[in-house]
Design a protein around this ligand. Structure first.
Ligand code: DCP
Ligand code: CA
Ligand code: CA
Length: 446
């Protein structure tokens, strides 16, 4: 078992949008800060609070006046707007900067959101082990916590474990992983000025689970032998995938509240109650097992933008739907052009989504079709046609509460770029020399 144990880390930026705003506006530094997003029908809602504001009880989802009541000296930074919509460009750019730093340590990196990424450090740890480790200095784990014990006890127990002939290799791997993550986080700060926290364990679920236990600017290791105690009091909803409706169903079906209580059920029982795959997953989770790999992904699989029109802001007339489709088309087109430049790829499909209010019910609809062009006008026109075709008109009006565009199914165009480069070179260099070296490429001319 020990041989197969991976070392996985989840790195998550601390109060990310606030850090981005503070870097851009140093006057905010050292003060309680919240980032607010305005909307049409009320004052701004808080979408991020820094740790000085959090200390005073300010949380995401509060309104500005509620935050001010709790923390009168709070500073607000407002999300930029472009064409009447939130413009998240600077946060996306900051996220990319961080991802690039992480990527300089490992290619086995999976970006999970704008401000977090999983890293598979198994090989990096193996390399360190091969160098031969005589001891783990505590000062190399300065910002590290360990679930279930002190970091110093964790280190001294590694070489001194009664159950495993005096030596626990899995814990040693996590400790070395911890040292690597300390270095990675220091590099992120040095190269971007942003602070982050991390969780380190043997799989993605466990790393995610403990990442936030000691925030900000700290990291937490979850060793295998601390799992059962930790899970005995961990509410089911804390596990990724058990946070929503499905988690409630599991709790009700099994009559349990805590992850550890899943241990009472055999894999057969769980598979009977749910389906075989889900049953096995729950059985494994109870034991801290999750085999999902870190699938290398530095860039997102889709580019999306949307706009909500709640309450009396719903769109009724054709010209309003057309106007907002044009705006969304412009944003998607701009981001696609930039993406093509940066990532040498081209999106092939587009999904157009919309929600209508019909007889007081929200009815959502989405259609996916080929993306024929990156031209903003063309994207908007085609999307509008989809809406016209699929929208139910009540009393001749649209009643649209939500519009969204999402493009994906990217195809690499790197190879094509290489061919173009080759052809360009071919024209400027000695033909005979190139022909003799690249005979097979001749047919690419077509
Ligand atoms: N965000 C958002 N709307 C939400 C939640 C988050 O726009 N409902 C944005 C703002 C956050 C960023 O995403 O800064 C990252 O979200 P996190 O949940 O990771 O929260 P923070 O990074 O702000 O804080 P923490 O230090 O707890 O990770
Ligand atoms: Ca975060
Ligand atoms: Ca996050």
């Amino acid at each position: 078992m020990s041989q197969k144990m991976r070392v996985i880390a989840l790195v998550d930026m601390d109060c990310f949008y606030c850090q981005v705003e503070e870097k851009l506006n140093p006057a905010l530094q050292g003060k309680p800060v919240a980032v607010v997003q305005y909307n049409l029908w009320r004052e701004g809602g808080i979408i991020a609070a820094n740790y000085l504001a959090k200390e005073k009880g300010v949380t995401k989802g509060m309104w500005m006046h509620e935050a001010k009541d709790l923390c009168p000296e709070i500073q607000f930074a407002r999300v930029a707007e472009l064409r009447g919509r939130a413009d998240l460009t600077k946060y996306r750019e900051a996220g990319k900067q961080v991802a690039n730093v992480l990527n300089s340590f490992t290619n086995l990196l999976e970006r999970a959101s704008v401000d977090e990424a999983y890293l598979d450090l198994t090989e990096a740890v193996k390399l360190e082990l091969m160098k031969g480790i005589s001891n783990i200095p505590l000062e190399n784990l300065k910002t590290t916590h360990v679930v279930g014990c002190d970091t110093s006890d964790f280190i001294s127990n590694i070489g001194n474990n009664e159950d495993t002939d005096g030596f626990c290799e899995d814990d040693l791997k996590l400790a070395i992983g911890g040292i690597i993550v300390e270095k990675i986080r220091a590099a992120v700060y040095e190269r971007t000025g942003y602070r982050c926290s991390a969780g380190i364990s043997h799989n993605k679920i466990l790393a995610k689970l403990v990442c936030g236990l000691h925030k900000p600017n700290k990291q937490t290791i979850l060793p295998q032998n601390a799992i059962s105690q930790y899970f005995s009091e961990l509410p089911l909803r804390k596990i990724k995938r058990l946070g929503g409706k499905f988690g409630k169903k599991v709790a009700e079906e099994l009559g349990i509240q805590y992850v550890g209580e899943l241990l009472k059920f055999s894999d057969k029982e769980l598979s009977k109650k749910f389906d075989a795959k889900t049953g096995q997953w729950l059985y494994n989770i109870a034991r801290g097992i999750d085999n999902e790999p870190v699938s290398p992904k530095l860039i997102s699989k889709s580019i999306s933008c949307c706009k909500r029109f709640p309450g009396k802001n719903a769109l009724f007339k054709h010209k309003d739907v057309e106007h907002w489709m044009n705006e969304l088309g412009l944003e998607v087109s701009e981001r696609l052009e930039k993406d093509q430049e940066e990532n040498s790829r081209k999106a092939k499909m587009i999904t157009i989504s919309f929600t209508q209010e019909i007889n007081k019910n929200d009815v959502s609809n989405s259609k996916t079709c080929r993306l024929k062009s990156y031209d903003a006008k063309k994207i908007a026109e085609d999307a509008l046609q989809v809406i016209i075709k699929n929208c139910k008109k009540l009393d001749g009006l649209y009643h649209v509460k939500y519009l969204g565009l999402s493009v994906g199914n990217f195809e690499d165009i790197k190879q094509k770029k290489d061919i173009k480069y080759f052809l360009a070179r071919k024209n400027t260099q000695d033909m005979s020399k190139i022909e003799s070296q690249n005979n097979e490429s001749e047919c690419d001319n077509s």
